[in-house]
Ligand binder design. Structure first.
Ligand SMILES: Cc1ncc(COP(=O)(O)O)c(C=O)c1O
Length: 390
């Protein structure tokens, strides 16, 4: 049995449908399901298991840190990637005359967040328009100057899978005294990232796509040396590493004498999503067990094959030919009709309604046969419409 065949049974969804939509949300692996459930079991047996829950959280933090080549003290759990992005936006101290560089392949959170902050603080947004689905490095270079405080990108775009070279952007940002923030939600879990090599200052990542984790679970990487400068989004009981109490009958924390976490745990100021932590631990363990290098090669290979077949059948790609990622997007007239046609045949992809685009995102658990089947459906649909379709 091939390695993917061996692991397919971990995902019951895959025997019910042709699932090619990980960029939207991954199917649930049995081990992730059971791990999330085990938290509820533990809680049902003993609702005061805080110590063992904390231990699991720290073990999970270490696993995530290992995945990125980071220190555990540089990883904060969050409920969304957006929480990380917002920490950066709050801490930059942006004022009129400053600028932030982003592009039009970014996730809507970025567009909304930076627009709102710019209205509030008066800095400039330099929004680079893609050229045939790519953001050429020269355009970023031209947009950056010494008043740039941040380059913020999706490492892999949710729109078309365009992938940045983070190390190149980090060099550019740092040469101008700016920071680099990467939203790596559409890459980590499929594509390897070493934060030391990439030298990104911040990485935000939601867990429920390529990482196979739970919804409402995410993490935020922030370099150790930046943590004093970038404050948490709030304050609360969980930031204290050692409590000292007042000696009155309230036993309230004597805040001035308490010790506070001096690492990324400071960003988790109150209860975290523990069920999510349990699920994430199982997800990262599964990915490690399968092998991250193999996963990356497999994901890229499936996408290469898909792109080649789409081109062969005359479909125009919105994914640039020289980019490699888990996402392949192509243009099609009447994307809604194609989406329904595929749905009727139990094939899951994303139709980008109003953009005449279809996004296909196979992960390591998909097979060449599924790609072939998808292409056959596509060709049949095109034929059934008696027009080019593409
Ligand atoms: C690049 C990217 N970032 C972030 C998100 C959403 O993540 P969250 O809700 O955890 O912020 C998505 C979801 O599609 C995404 O594609």
């Amino acid at each position: 049995m091939t390695q993917s065949g061996f692991f397919r049974h971990e995902f019951p969804t895959l025997s019910n449908m042709t699932f090619l939509n990980t960029a939207f949300c991954s199917p649930v692996a049995t081990s992730v399901y059971e791990a999330s459930q085990s938290f509820l079991d533990e809680r049902m047996a003993s609702p005061d298991g805080m110590r063992s829950w904390d231990e699991t959280a720290e073990e999970t933090r270490a696993l995530v840190a290992h995945l990125l080549g980071a220190d555990p003290g540089e990883i904060a759990f969050a409920t969304s990637a957006a929480m990380g992005t917002n920490i950066v936006a709050e801490g930059l101290g942006l004022t009129s005359g400053d600028n932030v560089v982003l592009d039009n392949l970014a996730y809507p959170t970025d567009t909304i967040l930076w627009q709102r902050k710019a209205e509030e603080l008066g800095f400039e947004i330099r929004r680079i328009a893609n050229v045939d689905g790519a953001i050429p490095y020269e355009l970023v270079e031209n947009a950056v100057d010494d008043r740039t405080k941040l380059i913020t990108v999706s490492e892999v775009s949710y729109i078309n899978g365009f992938r940045y070279d983070l190390a190149q952007l980090a060099d550019l940002a740092h040469a101008h005294g700016a920071f680099l923030l990467s939203d790596s939600t559409q890459s980590i879990g499929a594509l390897r990232l070493d934060v030391r090599d990439a030298d990104a200052d911040f990485v935000a990542c939601g867990a429920y796509k390529w990482l196979l984790g739970p919804i409402g679970m995410a993490f935020f990487y922030i370099k150790r040396e930046l943590q004093d400068r970038f404050a948490p989004l709030g304050y609360g009981w969980k930031q204290i590493s050692k409590y000292v109490y007042t000696d009155d009958r309230t036993k309230a924390p004597d805040v001035k004498r308490c010790s506070f976490f001096d690492d990324a745990r400071r960003y988790e100021f109150a209860s975290i999503n523990l069920q999510g932590v349990y699920g994430l631990r199982a997800a990262v363990q599964l990915l490690e067990e399968i092998g991250l290098e193999w996963i990356e090669q497999r994901t890229l290979d499936l996408n290469r094959n898909l792109r080649a077949q789409l081109s062969e059948h005359g479909f125009e790609l919105f994914t640039p030919s020289d980019t490699e990622s888990g996402i392949t997007t192509f243009f099609v007239e009447e994307e809604t009709s194609l989406f329904r046609y595929l749905k009727d045949r139990n094939v899951a992809v994303t139709a980008r309604i109003g953009c005449e685009q279809v996004r296909v995102s196979p992960h390591f658990y998909n097979t060449r046969d599924e790609i072939d089947l998808f292409i056959r459906h596509l060709v049949d649909w095109k034929r059934s419409r008696g027009s080019s379709g593409a």
